[in-house]
Ligand binder design. Sequence first.
Ligand code: HEM
Length: 126
Amino acid sequence: MPSYIAIKHLHMTSAAISGLFFIVRGIWKMRGSAMLQQRWVRIVPHLVDTVLLASALAMVFWSGQYPFQQGWLSAKVLALLGYIVLGSIALKRGKTPLGRTLAFAAAIVVFAYIVAVALTRQVLPF
Ligand code: HEM
């Protein structure tokens, strides 16, 4: 049985990799790089995000701190949804370069908010 602290480290590490990977993919998208079509680039982010969410769920049940009961966890879940929508506009659905770039910048801000909420356990961390 892994310890809670091990899961938490897994969660933080996968969060960092996920964020860095998103930034790299956003830059590739803006440059029209063919890297985005590479098979591993299409698969690895999903694996990392699965680990990120699975570790989050493990901690939620283990620690008994549930979203929509703990304000900061609700904020994390809602911000995560926003990050996913903005991220998909930035990397896929955005029709114009400007729209994709704005969505990319907004997604990074939302990601930073999620990390700040995680570190402070406050809905308004700033
Ligand atoms: C992009 C998404 C996410 C990022 C970047 C992220 C980041 C982090 C970070 C950096 C920590 C460590 C905070 C500390 O030092 O105490 C943390 C803790 C935690 N995260 Fe996440 N997280 C994300 C998504 C989620 C989601 C969706 C949930 C649950 C619904 C979640 C649940 C938790 C819990 C329960 C802890 C606290 C562990 C503890 O101290 O007991 N996270 N997260």
